[in-house]
Structure formats: structure tokens, C-alpha cells
Design a protein around this ligand. Structure first.
Ligand SMILES: Nc1ncnc2c1ncn2[C@@H]1O[C@H](COP(=O)(O)OP(=O)(O)O)[C@@H](O)[C@H]1O
Ligand SMILES: [Mg+2]
Length: 317
């Protein structure tokens, strides 16, 4: 493996402000909260850091404001080894921020403070950003940007993946089918799978994707399943005591891609991704607990028993 990035992540980068609260206040109410810290996040940035820590060099194409949080985020990403050369800095804008309110039992409510620097623009995806790239991983933000990036990848004969969240699908249902036709690997959580099936009027299947496409549905603590044509593989999740599940799905996608690009078969890649994502839940912040490759390998060795107990099945393989 070289140190030149061959995977390009495109999408959002933000700063997450974590606040612990006894209850969520209503309007005109006051509660005392605890500032738990301000940490980098964003789906595309999380996936990029996940892959880099797992040994896959990645370029991130995103945007930040010209403020201190943006500057800090860029420094931290560069220190991780992410190629930040194509991250746009928007003059006069603030960096996209999320306020994450945590209940005593660990549930979260999220306030998104979208700014002009929320996403890169289609014009930020300059040809040089694709130099050396073999795979484009897109986290959705808006339909135009996603379609543009996927079409560009298609023209350059690059492989593609897309991580869809439920609100993305609801925001532009008319674009869903067109987007899926440009995708090799589609990541969704269970809710997004249901929303996509509802919007499409039938159960989401890989006929809508590029030839030999795969749909990977993450199911929280229960693990994941992969559908490709008539093949179905299910792999149970690992038992952990999560501290914060923010970014688990982004880590899963990054780990699955890193594993597949290291020539692992789909089942091994699903297991590897489940392990990496389980480890990612063990600290506050989307990126704080993203594991290095060795930690995932050690975790897998130490959990061989639960691995062999896990329900893995293949139908029509
Ligand atoms: N409580 C948990 N215990 C173990 N693994 C988890 C847990 N929550 C998430 N994961 C791992 O993270 C992956 C993604 O989580 P999920 O909640 O499905 O996605 P998202 O964060 O996008 O909603 C799961 O497939 C699983 O591998
Ligand atoms: Mg997700």
C-alpha cells in the first residue's frame, strides 16, 4: 500500500459541541448543563479519519469557515494524516457546527447549525482532486452535489459508495433512484433503508445500483447485513458498553471500504467493520475512539468466541 490517497471522501465536516443535560429544556426554561468538550466530526470527515487510522490513505473534500474551529479541525485532520489539500475555506463563513445534548442515560438530541461552509460545492471538485483516486465515498448533503460527484466518478471510471441518512432521502425523494444508479456500495442504517423503500414504493434492492452493486444496512448493536443480487449475509454486532455512538455508522463505512480495498471478502469486511464501529462507541466524540488497525485486530482475536456464535448466514450465495 502506498501513502498516496486512492480514496476520496466528499461531504460534511463539522465541530461537535457535547453538552450533558438532566433534561432537555423547553422554551422559556433553564437547565444547568455540563460542557463535555468540542470535537471534530461530520460524516465525511469521520469516515476519512476512520480509514486513515486503519491504514488506508484518504483525501477529504469538504469545507470549513475561516474561523478558529475550522482552523483547528484542519490541523487535527492533517495531524491524523488525512490529505486536506482540497478542503475549501469559505471567507466570512462559520464552520458547520452540531450541538449534541446528552441525557443521563446516554440518549442524544442534536441541533445542526448549518452555515455556508456546511458542504463543499460542485465547483470545489476540481479534476486535480481526483488524481490518483480509485474510489469516491460520498456522504450525502444535497442532491446536486451528490449527483455531480457521482457522475464525475462515473466519467473517470472510479468505484463509488454513498452513505445515506433518513433526512437526506426525505429532502429530495425524486432524486433517489437517479443517484442509486451511479453507486456500487450503498450504506444505510435500518431507518434509512425503510425510508428509502417507502420513497421508492418497494423494498430497496441492488437492481437499482450499478451492476454487481451491494447494499449494506447497519443495525446498531445488532450488527449489519449485506445484500448483493440474491446474496444475503448477516453478521451480528459485538457486545460492548457504548459511551457515545455518534459516528458509529461513519466508522463502519470507512472500515468496510478499508477492508474491501485491502482485498478482504465481504463477510470478513462486515465483521471487521462491526468490530471497528463497536470500538468507536467507547469514548465521547465521533473521532475520539476511532480505532487503529492493530486495535481492531486485537479486539477480533479476543472476541473469537462471540464471533463464532454470531449469526452469519448466506442465502443463494
Ligand atoms: N450499541 C452498539 N454496540 C455494538 N456495536 C454498535 C452499537 N451501535 C452501533 N454499533 C456498530 O456501528 C454500526 C453502525 O451503527 P448504526 O446505529 O446502525 O448506524 P448510524 O450511526 O449511522 O445510525 C453498527 O452496524 C455496529 O457495527
Ligand atoms: Mg449513519
Amino acid at each position: 500500500m502506498t501513502n498516496t490517497p486512492d480514496i476520496l471522501c466528499i461531504g460534511d465536516l463539522d465541530v461537535d459541541l457535547f453538552i450533558a443535560l438532566p433534561v432537555i429544556p423547553g422554551f422559556d426554561q433553564k437547565v444547568a448543563g455540563k460542557h463535555l468538550g468540542q470535537k471534530p466530526g461530520g460524516m465525511a470527515a469521520n469516515a476519512a479519519v476512520a480509514m486513515t487510522r486503519l491504514g488506508r490513505p484518504v483525501r477529504l473534500l469538504a469545507a470549513v469557515g475561516d474561523d478558529h474551529p475550522g482552523e483547528d479541525a484542519l490541523k487535527q485532520l492533517a495531524a491524523e494524516g488525512v490529505d486536506t489539500g482540497f478542503i475549501a475555506i469559505r471567507p466570512g463563513s462559520k464552520t458547520f457546527m452540531c450541538v449534541i445534548l446528552l441525557s443521563p442515560s446516554g440518549e442524544k438530541s442534536l441541533i445542526r447549525l448549518e452555515t455556508d461552509a456546511y458542504l463543499p460545492r460542485a465547483s470545489d471538485i476540481v479534476p486535480a482532486a481526483l488524481r490518483g483516486i480509485r474510489h469516491v465515498h460520498m456522504t450525502y448533503g444535497n442532491a446536486n452535489l451528490t449527483l455531480h460527484a457521482l457522475e464525475m466518478a462515473n466519467q473517470h471510471k472510479l468505484r463509488t459508495s454513498l452513505d445515506l441518512e433518513p433526512p437526506d432521502i426525505r429532502r429530495a425523494p425524486e432524486h433517489l433512484a437517479g443517484m442509486l444508479g451511479l453507486v456500487d456500495t450503498l450504506f444505510l442504517n435500518s431507518e434509512a433503508f425503510d425510508v428509502a423503500s417507502e420513497v421508492l414504493g418497494s423494498t430497496l434492492n441492488t437492481d437499482l445500483l450499478r451492476p454487481n452493486g451491494e447494499i449494506i444496512v447497519t443495525m446498531g448493536a445488532a450488527g449489519c447485513r449485506r445484500v448483493s443480487g440474491k446474496d444475503l449475509i448477516e453478521v451480528s454486532g459485538f457486545k460492548v458498553d457504548p459511551v457515545d455512538t455518534t459516528g458509529a455508522g461513519d466508522c463502519f463505512a470507512g472500515a468496510y471500504l478499508a477492508s474491501r480495498w485491502a482485498n478482504d471478502n465481504p463477510r470478513d469486511a462486515l465483521t471487521f467493520a462491526n468490530a471497528a464501529a463497536a470500538l468507536a462507541t467507547l469514548d465521547f466524540g465521533a473521532q475520539a475512539a476511532l480505532p487503529h488497525r492493530q486495535a481492531v485486530e486485537t479486539f477480533l482475536r479476543n472476541n473469537l468466541q462471540s464471533l463464532s456464535d454470531s449469526r452469519t448466514e448466506t442465502i443463494n450465495a
